[in-house]
Each structure stands twice: as structure tokens, then as C-alpha cells.
Design a protein around this ligand. Structure first.
Ligand code: PLP
Length: 360
């Protein structure tokens, strides 16, 4: 039985990356040490982190006036670090598009001296669409506007990036980084937990425009972008092995043809699934068509018992983690960059059979 891992994260990694890591596991570049055992101050690790940054810059076309930081604490810690570093004494604007945006908003509200304002939300339709944001909605005195470019649980994503005027746009890109055609220069800060399209959990990537890094704000050092940036992500011991794997993933992506190529593949994979869902009344995609995520595809039958049956048979068939998030139920297929097209074809085949066997 072939296992396909539809996990929303930690997610499937490219096979060639895992094989290379295995090959180098106990003896990295004849050092007779594993990357896990290398000092983060060693020449070998210095090459690893610099190469990872260089490749990410190439892939995402990151302008020179942006710093790339390899941090810890997950995307969730950024929910706190962003208002703490950027918005003290100011107003911070948010768009509420669902579960992850909500967490970012509630963390910001806990920072004293930051006034949080939600300027748009899609709660009226249970967070199944991306609200339209126009420049006149963006208070030009605000410290930033925060968006979640892809809601991993709800399965919606921005196709157009809002124009915020001079207000820096901040994006939680955790679940569609390296799977979009956004321009880094449209953002003031981008952050992502690595465990979907980048590498192992434990690493968080932050891409921040240099003018947003402020010194002397009396912020505890591990939470202060100026300290972390001044120390090239090595104020403390960075997650060395995760950075090494991320570098291998970036290399894999580059060899594949970069973001244009992977985006084409991602769109094809998602289309296969959406086309099938749209062709039948048996399955329902609960989100607005124009805002459908290509990385996280939730679907339901509309009958909880049937969803349960689907999930149990799917698991027995070799589909791991296809069950929808515990907060919403149903099913969710996460189709990140390393997820193979054959897995989607198998899923559609399975869905067709299930429909045949269970339709009234
Ligand atoms: N933001 C989004 C969009 C996510 O999907 C996740 C995790 O799944 C997070 C934030 C939280 O990330 P972490 O677990 O790295 O803190």
C-alpha cells in the first residue's frame, strides 16, 4: 500500500531531500560529524546557513534591503513579536479571515500600548472568503496591516495583495510561502513556520524590510528583531538541522525550475481535485471559488456520519491526515509543494468510488 500524507503540517518533504539527508546523516562532507553535531559557529555550518539564505533570496527574489532571519518559536511567536517590535504606542490593523488571523489578533491584543483594529473580516460567511480591502480602509498612521495570505484550516487564500499605501503590509505566509506569485517588495514583513513548504518544524523564517528593524526599544533580546538581525540569526543557537534541511528543500526547488514551475504544479494538483468536487453534488467545497486555496483544500459531503466513514476508509486506504481540522470537521487535503500529483489522482479515484458506493 502506498501512503500519501495529506498533513497540513508538519507536512510531506521531497523524497530526494530526505535521501540526501540520509546519505549525509552521519558524515557530513567528510567531517565525520552529522550536521546535528556541528557547531553553529563552524565553517561548515556557516556555509549551510549562508547557502540557505542565498537560495531563498533567489527563489523569492528578495530585494537587498530585506533581512532574512532564521528563528524559532513558530509562526505563533511572530504573532507577539510583530506588534511588540513594530506597533508600540501605535495602532495595528488586522484582517480577520479565520482561525490563524484570529490567533494573530488575540496575541497582538495582549501587548500593552498597542491599539488593535480589525478593518475587515469574513465572519458573516463563516470565514469562507477573503474580504476586499481598499486603500481608503487603511489608516495611514497605522504601524502596519496584518493579513494571513493562506488560512490553513479554512482553505482560503489571497490572490491579490491589498494596496496599503505607505503602511507596511505584514503577512503570515506559513501555509503558502513558496507557493504563490506575490512580490516580496509589496510586503514590509513576511513570516512562516517552516513545517509546510520549507522544512522541519522548529524553524521560522522572517523576511523583514530593514527600515522596520528598530533598535533601542527595550525589548527582551530573544524577541527583538534588531538583536536577532544584528547577530545574523545567531544570538543564540539556531535550529541548525532544520536550517540544513530547509537549504536542501530550496536547492530541490531551484533544480525543479523555481517558483514558476512549482506554482504551475501546485495549481494543476489543486485543479484536479477542485474540478472533480465541482463535477458532482456529492462533495462540497465550502469556500468561495475565487478565494480557494491551492495548498489546503477542505471538502465535505454535508453529512457528518458520511464524512466520518470517508475518513475511516481513507485512512485504511493509505491516506494519512486527510481528516479536516478538529475545529471544522470534514476532510482537508493539504497539497504542499512536495505532495505528489499521483496522490491527488489516487484521492480523486478513491472519492469517485466512495461516491458510487454511498450515494442515495
Ligand atoms: N499561521 C498559519 C497560517 C498556520 O497554518 C500555522 C500552523 O499551522 C501557524 C500560523 C502556527 O504556526 P506554528 O505552529 O509554527 O506556530
Amino acid at each position: 500500500m502506498t501512503i500519501y500524507n495529506f498533513s497540513a503540517g508538519p507536512a510531506v518533504l521531497p523524497k530526494p531531500v530526505l535521501e540526501k539527508a540520509q546519505e549525509e546523516l552521519v558524515n557530513y562532507k567528510s567531517s565525520q560529524m552529522s550536521v546535528m553535531e556541528l557547531s553553529h559557529r563552524s565553517v561548515l555550518f556557516d556555509e549551510i546557513i549562508k547557502n540557505a539564505e542565498k537560495l531563498l533570496r533567489e527563489l523569492m527574489d528578495i530585494p537587498e534591503n530585506y533581512k532574512v532571519l532564521f528563528l524559532q518559536g513558530g509562526a505563533s511567536l511572530q504573532f507577539t513579536m510583530i506588534p511588540l517590535n513594530l506597533a508600540q504606542g501605535k495602532k495595528a490593523l488586522y484582517v480577520n479571515t479565520g482561525a490563524w488571523a484570529k490567533k494573530a489578533i488575540s496575541a497582538a491584543k495582549q501587548i500593552e500600548d498597542v491599539e488593535v483594529e480589525v478593518i475587515a473580516l469574513s465572519e458573516d460567511k463563516n470565514f469562507t472568503y477573503i474580504p476586499k480591502i481598499t486603500k481608503d480602509m487603511v489608516d495611514q498612521d497605522a504601524a502596519y496591516l496584518h493579513i494571513t495570505t493562506n488560512e490553513t484550516i479554512g482553505g482560503i487564500r489571497y490572490t491579490d495583495i491589498p494596496d496599503t499605501g505607505d503602511v507596511p503590509l505584514i503577512a503570515d505566509m506559513s501555509s503558502n510561502i513558496l507557493a504563490n506569485d506575490y512580490k516580496v517588495s509589496d510586503f514590509g514583513l513576511i513570516y512562516a513556520g517552516a513545517q509546510k513548504n520549507i522544512g522541519p518544524a522548529g524553524l521560522t523564517v522572517v523576511i523583514i524590510r530593514e527600515d522596520l528593524i528598530k533598535e533601542g526599544q527595550n525589548i527582551p533580546p530573544m524577541l527583538d528583531y534588531s538583536v536577532l538581525a544584528a547577530n545574523d540569526s545567531m544570538y543564540n543557537t539556531p535550529p541548525t538541522y532544520a536550517i540544513y534541511i530547509a537549504g536542501l528543500v530550496f536547492e530541490w526547488l531551484k533544480d525543479l525550475g523555481g517558483l514558476d514551475e512549482i506554482l504551475k504544479q501546485d495549481q494543476e494538483k489543486a485543479q484536479l481535485l477542485y474540478d472533480y468536487i465541482d463535477s458532482t453534488d456529492f462533495y462540497i467545497s465550502p469556500v468561495a471559488k475565487e478565494d480557494r486555496s491551492i495548498t489546503n483544500v477542505p471538502f465535505i459531503t454535508g453529512d457528518d456520519e458520511l464524512d466520518k466513514k470517508f475518513n475511516s476508509e481513507a485512512k485504511a486506504y493509505g491516506f494519512e491526515n486527510l481528516k479536516g481540522h478538529r475545529s471544522v470537521g470534514g476532510m482537508r487535503a493539504s497539497l504542499y509543494n512536495a505532495f505528489p500529483k499521483e496522490g491527488v489522482e489516487e484521492l480523486v479515484k478513491f472519492m469517485k468510488n466512495f461516491e458510487e458506493e454511498n450515494k442515495e
